[in-house]
Design a protein. Structure first.
Length: 194
């Protein structure tokens, strides 16, 4: 009788351990977020000068050692769209599908650019904050200090605890968007040139 109780306890313990391992929470379990950072291959900026209506696409390749040069003209306004790729596949829709779990932060450490988020409802979070897939840039001064690099550091955060569209001083420039918590899904660096 003692052996039967011991075997039953062992079997139940093993069953519980297997069930726990199958149901434990991890990032890949969330069906709405099928965007592991290791699967993103490119972060594209589609920059359209409002004056000409002509778009130019700048392609940052993840883990690249070179950054694309984004040419901006002082005094011009641009509509900018961010597109995430996984090889030839557009992964942007996956971010929209899980919009409450994502937020973009734009850091211009050596530029005077006024950024406004222009996302529609497809990329506006439940808390009212816009993810930042679509923005408008008013370029006051593309390169503030010629002796320092001008860049855009664009970071996609996953599951931030809090987000804000507010801006703050960043070096000799401005950072648009703040967050607490979460992890980085992707970071892309672009050089800003005149």
């Amino acid at each position: 009788m003692k052996n039967i109780f011991k075997n039953t306890t062992l079997i139940l313990g093993l069953f519980f351990a297997v069930a726990l391992s199958l149901t434990s929470c991890n990032r890949s379990d969330d069906e709405a977020d099928d965007l592991p950072q290791e699967e993103l291959s490119d972060v594209l900026l589609r920059v359209t000068d409002v004056a000409t209506g002509t778009p130019v696409v700048y392609d940052y390749q993840v883990n690249s050692t070179t950054n694309p040069n984004v040419k901006l003209i002082n005094g011009h306004t641009y509509n900018v769209e961010v597109i995430f790729k996984n090889g030839d596949e557009d992964a942007t829709q996956e971010i929209k599908d899980a919009k409450d779990e994502h937020f973009l932060v734009y850091n211009f450490p050596n530029s005077d650019i006024t950024l406004t988020r222009t996302d529609d409802s497809s990329s506006t979070r439940g808390d009212g904050s816009r993810v930042g897939l679509k923005t408008k840039w008013v370029v006051n001064t593309a390169v503030k200090n010629a002796s320092a690099p001008s860049q855009l550091v664009l970071t996609l955060f996953h599951e931030p605890v809090t987000v804000s569209e507010a801006s703050a001083v960043s070096g000799n420039g401005v950072i648009y968007g703040t967050h607490t918590g979460g992890e980085t899904d992707a970071q892309a660096n672009y050089n800003i040139i005149n």
